[in-house]
Write a protein that binds this ligand. Structure first.
Ligand code: MN
Length: 378
């Protein structure tokens, strides 16, 4: 079974979502939860970017036993600042990034490919003076010339990088395109370094692309809790962790304790003040709720009829029946039974017709409302 490294970037890329900026105290609290959740690497911030980032990285580094990572451009001042922030880390990682697409090299950095190669080598060598754990990211990798990407992969590994990260910075790949790139980069890396996937959700494919990358040879993925991040966000950690647990059991595994996913998801949502969509996969409020009569009847009899895994696997309470006008007699009976209310057949029929009248007026009938209806019949 292949152990996949989980690299969480909620505190760096996730925090780049509009309105998600956190203070030091909040970042430290989330880092503690991430470590309990079982992530392997916490990307704690971008130390050169701000004093808050520097302080947060340094406080998180001082308290964590997992790998703590700091981001740096391929520049001397960024790398030394990252190293300084990681000074007290048990397991420090410096994460250097440099664009490799001609678009970024020409228009943003205004340097040649040869200059990029030189800059990559010198920055990895500098970072090596502070820690052996160096990760190198090729920004806009997925729109870069594939031969150049292969060359850069061999170059940074030769200089000493232990992980090469291939970001789909603008979220434009299809899963099959992702598989082709990761097949090529995995070959170029020749098992001398880990290959990592970093995807974005601009086309709603962030999770699918990570899964494709893993199947094509990636051994690390980067994601955020609730998929928060720039624009349409990053890949959602909880989705990938559950896909690996539910679909790839025996082939791949992670160190994530999936039972903590819901509580960590709620904490990140509360701290960032970014609400989750009710139908968000895995951690949405309604992700394990059943509304239609046929589905409610099925899950009351056997939860597996409409649930792909028990909600307790992600730390949710069992079977959530929400009574609406779509509900049938089976669901209403189930909720009554849960509340310890027994009715004669005639009373149940009367209750059910009152329930329907009421449900047509209000969208959801709470257990309390149902109890009141039942009590009025006695
Ligand atoms: Mn990103």
């Amino acid at each position: 079974m292949k152990r996949i490294t989980v690299f969480d970037t909620t505190l760096r890329d996730g925090e780049q979502e509009i309105g998600a900026a956190m203070n030091i105290h909040e970042k430290v609290a989330i880092a503690r939860s991430l470590e309990r959740l079982g992530v392997d690497v916490i990307e704690a911030g971008f130390p050169i970017a701000s004093g808050i980032d520097f302080q947060a990285v340094s406080q998180i580094a001082a308290g964590a036993s997992c790998v703590v990572c700091a981001l740096a451009r391929a520049k001397e001042e960024d790398i030394t600042k990252a190293a300084e922030a990681l000074k007290n880390a048990k397991n420090p990682r410096i994460h250097i990034f440099l664009a490799t697409s001609d678009l970024h090299l020409t228009h943003k950095l205004r340097i040649t490919r040869d200059a990029a190669v030189e800059r990559a080598i010198s920055s990895v060598k500098l970072a090596k003076k502070f820690t052996s754990d160096i990760q190198f990211s090729f920004e806009d990798a997925t729109r870069s010339d594939l031969d150049f990407l292969r060359q850069m992969t061999r170059t940074v590994i030769g200089a000493g990088a232990l992980t090469v990260n291939v970001p789909d910075t603008v979220g434009f790949l299809l899963p099959e395109e992702t598989a082709a790139i990761f097949g090529a980069i995995t070959d170029a890396a020749e098992e001398k370094a880990a290959v990592s996937a970093h995807t974005h959700n601009d086309l709603g494919l962030a999770t699918a692309n990570v899964i494709s990358a893993i199947e094509a040879g990636a051994t690390q993925f980067e994601a955020t809790i609730n998929g928060i991040g720039e624009r349409a966000g990053n890949a959602a950690l909880e989705e990938i962790a559950m896909i690996i647990a539910a679909k790839f059991d025996g082939r791949f595994c992670t160190g994530i304790n999936t039972r903590l996913l819901s509580v960590v998801s709620d904490e990140v949502s509360r701290i960032t003040a970014i609400p989750k969509a009710p139908n968000k996969a895995i951690v949405g409020e309604n992700a394990f709720s059943h509304g239609s009569g046929i589905h409610q009847d099925g899950v009351v009899k056997c939860a597996g009829t409409y649930e792909i895994f028990p909600p307790c696997k992600v730390g949710r309470s069992a079977l959530r029946i929400v009574l609406t006008r779509h509900s049938g007699t089976g669901a209403v009976r189930h909720v009554l039974k849960e509340m310890g209310i027994e009715l004669s057949a005639a009373n149940f029929d009367a209750l059910f017709s009152r329930f329907m009248e009421r449900a047509e007026k209000v969208k959801i009938i709470s257990p309390q409302m149902l109890r009141n209806l039942a009590v009025s019949l006695r």
